[in-house]
Each structure stands twice: as C-alpha cells, then as structure tokens.
Design a binder for this molecule. Structure first.
Ligand SMILES: [Zn+2]
Length: 189
C-alpha cells in the first residue's frame, strides 16, 4: 500500500494544465479502464475494491502526464484525504486531527468497516484515538502531520461523486447482509 496523508492538488496548476489537455475524453476512458483493471478496481491506499466510482489519480498532479506509472486507482474516501481542501472545505465531510493511534491508511479502513457495522462517528473516533481537532490550511507540510477523518456528514455539494459512491456502497453492504441472513436461514432449515 502507498502512504496516505492529507494534502491537496495545487488548484492553479490543475486548472491551467486542464485547459491544455492532451488527451480526449474517449482516449481517457480507455486508459482509465486499463488502469482500473490493472489495479483490480482496488484502491492502492486502503485496498477497498469497487467496480463503481473509483478514481484514477495522477500521482504527480499533472493531468497531462498519462504515463501508466503516473496513474493509480484511489477510492472516494482516500481521495477526500488526498484532496483535503475538497474534503474539509468544499464538501465539508472531513475533519482533521493532531493525534491518532493509527496511520492514515488504517484510519480509512477502520472507519469504513465500523460504519458498515452501524457504529457512530463518536465510537469510531474514540476507537481510532483521534484527538485535537485542527483547521484546514493551504499548507502541505502542516497537513502531512495531521490525520483526516471522513465523517458520516452529508457533503455540502450533495450530488457529487462521493455522494453517489456512498449510496452505492451502502446498498452493497445491505445486499451482503441479506445474503448472509439468507445463508443462515438455509442452514437452519
Ligand atoms: Zn482507499
């Protein structure tokens, strides 16, 4: 797994390079699918697998560097940490903390697992040992020392990719739970 920590993509850099995109939409779709398949649709930061709503991320933040070595699959939750300006401010679903008993990658994994088991944010925060809430700043060395927690809050944008993924993920969890219950039912009959 790759090391994950709160950071952001420099908005100026991203915007100016996006205007001069060297790859067209259909080319990007083909490339994107190749990367997702290479990574088995699994996030390279937390291992989460999903055939929907995964993101193909440019490691060097340059959207024109489409070398396959520069492209990597990342899930919606890790992406909010990687783009913590989006996570903390724009969508307002991520909170930052000074201390944690776990590294950032494990925070994501544990949060998702505990939330799937209907645990509250309070319980998850306590389990993770997250302490000392910190504000978001456009300062990469400052952010790198912090830990991001993806809360259960609804995003401010409401209809973004993250929201769509969340609804999809929750429906998958419900399907899995029903399957387990049915299996138990079959065994007892
Ligand atoms: Zn992830």
């Amino acid at each position: 797994m790759r090391e994950l920590y709160p950071t952001y993509a420099d908005p100026q850099l991203w915007r100016s390079q996006r205007e001069t995109k060297e790859i067209d939409k259909s080319e990007w779709q083909v490339l994107r699918m190749r990367i997702l398949k290479r990574d088995d649709f699994s996030c390279q930061y937390c291992g989460y697998r999903s055939e929907k709503y995964q993101i193909v991320h440019h490691l060097d933040e340059n959207p024109n560097n489409n070398n396959e070595k520069n492209l990597i699959t990342i899930c919606q939750m890790c992406n909010l940490i990687m783009h913590s300006g989006q996570g903390c401010v724009v969508q307002s679903v991520v909170d930052l903390y000074r201390n944690s008993k776990h590294n950032q990658n494990d925070i994501i994994k544990i949060t998702r697992e505990m939330r799937d088991e209907q645990k509250s944010d309070e319980d998850i925060i306590k389990f993770l040992g997250l302490e000392g809430k910190m504000p978001f700043k456009m300062d990469k060395p400052y952010l790198k020392k912090l830990y991001g927690f993806v809360t259960s809050r609804c995003s401010k944008t409401r209809d973004g990719m993250y929201d769509h993924w969340k609804a999809y993920h929750d429906s998958q969890v419900r399907v899995k739970k029903t399957e387990i219950l049915n299996l138990r039912h079959q065994k007892t009959n």
